[in-house]
Write a protein that binds this ligand. Sequence first.
Ligand code: BES
Ligand code: ZN
Length: 876
Amino acid sequence: MKDSQPKTIYLKDYQVPDYLVDTTKLHFELEPKATLVKSRLSIRRNPQAGAGLPPLVLDGVELELLSVAVDGVPLSAEDYQVLPEGLSIPVSKAEFLLEIQNRINPEDNTSLEGLYLSNDMYCTQCEAEGFRKITFYPDRPDVMSKFTTTIVAPMDHPVLLSNGNEIERGRSEDGRQFVTWEDPFAKPAYLFALVAGDLEQVEDSFTTASGRNVKLQIFTEAKNIGKCDHAMRSLKNAMRWDEEVYGREYDLDIFMVVAVDHFNMGAMENKGLNIFNSACVLASPETATDTAFQRIESIVGHEYFHNWSGNRVTCRDWFQLSLKEGFTVFRDAEFSADLNSRAVKRIEDVSLLRTTQFAEDAGPMAHPIRPDSYIEISNFYTLTIYEKGAEVVRMIHTLLGAEGFRKGSDLYFERHDGCAVTCEDFVKAMEDANQVDLQQFRRWYSQAGTPVLDVTDSFDQSEGIYRLTIRQSCLPSPGQTEKLPFHIPVRVGLLGNDGTDLALNEQGDTEIVLQLKETEQVFEFSGLAEKPLPSLLRGFSAPVKVRYNYSNEQLLFLMRKDADTFNRWDASQRLALNALCDLQAAFRKGEALKVQPSLINAYREVLQDTDLDPALVAEILQLPSEQFVAEESVAVDAEAIIVAREFVRKAIAVELFAEFRKRYLELNLSKPYSPNAIDIAQRRLKNTCLSYMCVTETEEALELAKSQFEVAANMTDSAAALAVIINYGEDRLAEDSISQFYQRWESDTQVVELWLSQQSCSPKRGTLENIIALMQHPAFEMKNPNKVRSVIGGFANRNFKQFHKSDGSGFEFVADQVLALDKLNPQIAARLVIPITRWKKYSGDLAEKMRGALQRVSDSGELSKDLFEVVSKSLL
Ligand code: BES
Ligand code: ZN
């Protein structure tokens, strides 16, 4: 344990900064182990901070301080105070120039925060509090400054980049080269970036709506130069989309993107110089799956959209993180929905939310989308801030309509351009632009937990009135025992006996948004001839759980007839969940397992429906994941979940084998690869069929997989075939295919990451011994987060069966790796520990074993702040 417990930071303690930094001039002399940083800051007393001249306190971590000067006069060590994580300098004037020199060590920086080296390339990551690892600075987002950056580097690092426009370049006397960049927009330090390396570039341009020409550049190592096209296309699409949908133009003459192999997150929106995890920007048909193509499009969009929602208007403090992330995830989701299949995108996002975010919201780290406190802000880049945050913005969009929402976003950007603001400012702009009252709605920002809606109904035949009664509740979460009712938009339709939507009002609307505000509310629909079947929460209009006592027959009916595509899918999921629930009960009682023929028939019908979007068919055929079933359980019985799910999957595969084969063969077309929505949908369904066929482990099925593996001309088909061979093929075949694939792709980092994760996610081969062996493979690297995520993260998060082995070996393994990683990269360690923090959710022995592994992490001596926060909160 540390001598002093890490300190908790509270939102209620927020104070404006004592000093502002009008301009920041940085000078870097790059050396792997000893980079020299010189900074010149023009500092000014913040007029809003009151009277007097308190000391200037700067943040600084792991820095070697060389010198400090005020207005050109060097200070001696007695003149200032060195703090454990910063510097305190006495102040005698309201305005002065502060000059600091310090040294840092990029080569030994394995935390990947601040300035570090990745494959010989220098790069930075400053969000959230990484700038303090570069130099002493008021490292908080409400201090915005105009940056000028000079980079000096040896000639073997010819490309030298920073934010804004290049204003000067040349040679220094000693043969090194320098470039100076100037960013005309004031920004917080977290948006600062620097890159230096031996890089190639792909170049293009974009003409904005107002006719300005913008240079677009993507930089990578030479070997990846052929993998930039898709990202470039996505970038141009994103720029056009933000102009069309939000009226937002790009504001600099140049926009740069750099790919790096070592990166803690997916990508970062630094002003004019986005830095991307290679896996989230590089793609070619031969090496990237459809999923990767779609992920790249949405992340490129996401980071680009931050230029307005995050950079031009930024966050006042890190409690407001969802202000930029929730809003920007909503923006990127709409971008993807507009460019691809809207229904499928919604299903994917809701699946993620309901499994992972709901679990987080019910677990030990539950927090509102605007948290009240944190120990380490890096731990709050969560699904709650991002995905639930996006749902909250979506609800505002639903309540105001597209036009009203646009009025609100226009006002927000206009009012707060160039400022660091709060979630409150966002809601206020939405209110003011539309003259609506969102007072109660604001509770979504302050209350954690997933609300539950209990819905009952009745029909008065004589009056023709149908009544829906909705009761809302929300369980306590850490620090919040009582919850007040939320303002919830519930989109509904009512199905008549023939399955068509009934008119719900005099205007003839067949779908309306109910405004649920009370704990219990009754909604009446009149003029109905028969009792309708409700279709509730269409399009998932709010991040809540709905309970309505549908019979299986009613679910089958909705699955066939609901006019809302999302709810058709949702009915299929509920139906499957019911089946899985019954099977778990039967398994525990030792009874024979069986699947209702009606379920199989429903799947048959969907599979044969060639009018339905194939991607949707694939989504419906996809059984709820083990994690989702676990999330829906009160006390998780991992073994029962696995047995039940495998049983249903096998039953479907056996019963519908002929139908799967037919559709597989129809869809198995050889045509040139294109990542468009239609082709992606066809491949998705085709590979779903292949996977089901292979569940039977018959020779016929595996022959199809083998030949697909051999002839596939794109990574989607190749990887899908490899996956089923690994999971269902005989050992010999699987091993041969694994090594054949590696030999072909060993020089391609992104493909190797996929190869690693397929093995660690395999319920069959992903046993612990295999994973431990994989960690000795030359392709594995503990200092590379992608590799760690592929192998260890894949095992803990996506290999439900092996991770939950009854002897607890999976949990102990994760505990060991977390401890090893904490010494290298605390952010990654704190993420990787999450799968063993949900022990309270499990029943019996497994809960004890999981808790034991977590306790061991806690007891093992000095933990990083990051890991300490997650572990200590989870043991309470
Ligand atoms: N600002 C974040 C990246 C970030 C967060 C870097 C925290 C370092 C610390 C970026 O905009 C982001 O949100 N990226 C996401 C991808 C996005 C599509 C949701 C990511 O990196 O996962
Ligand atoms: Zn973001």
